[in-house]
Ligand binder design. Structure first.
Ligand code: 4NP
Length: 160
């Protein structure tokens, strides 16, 4: 495979999926694979279209060197299913909502982010929106772990 396009998906596209997008983009750039791995994010819901990421997500990310300020919320669109090779979702509700609108031939592209983590048995990245700041730190810990695993899996695909 010459290039791979991945889209991280959560509910609002203002907390978890933009965090994952920024973490993954950083890893991809460090690996000098920016020309071969396209990274984006979107939400299944429409409440936060056009908005920057949640202030708490931006603040937690900035402490670790990730800049979320230029990202804007968007909703998954029908055209995305052909455009992306993988949809990396945060939880089971995201998977169900995406599956419901995904053409059957593209459903195999939907995977849980935490499938790619090592040393963390969590099935999902829990929605931090209604919780405290520690929830945003946990989101970043999980994204850093799982995105490294995802990058390793993508490297194997790019070699194949
Ligand atoms: P996200 O978090 O799915 O990680 O972006 C949420 C953001 C907003 C809402 C829920 C979850 N909301 O209900 O508006």
């Amino acid at each position: 495979m010459n290039s791979i396009a991945i889209c991280f998906v959560c509910l609002g596209n203002i907390c978890r999926s933009p965090s994952a997008e920024a973490v993954m983009r950083d890893l991809v750039e460090r690996a000098k694979l920016a020309g071969r791995i396209v990274v984006d994010s979107a939400g299944t819901g429409d409440w936060h279209i056009g908005e920057p990421p949640d202030e708490r997500a931006q603040k937690a990310a900035k402490k670790r060197g990730y800049d979320l300020s230029t990202l804007r919320g968007r909703q998954v669109a029908a055209a995305d299913f052909a455009r992306f090779d993988l949809f990396i979702v945060m939880d089971d509700a995201n998977a169900a909502a995406l599956t419901a609108i995904c053409p059957p031939e593209h459903r195999g592209k939907i995977r849980l982010l935490m499938e790619f983590a090592t040393g963390d048995d969590s099935r999902v990245v829990v929605d931090p929106y209604f919780g405290g700041e520690d929830g945003f730190e946990k989101v970043l810990d999980q994204c850093e772990n799982a995105c490294q695993g995802l990058l390793n899996a993508l490297r194997a695909q790019l070699r194949a």
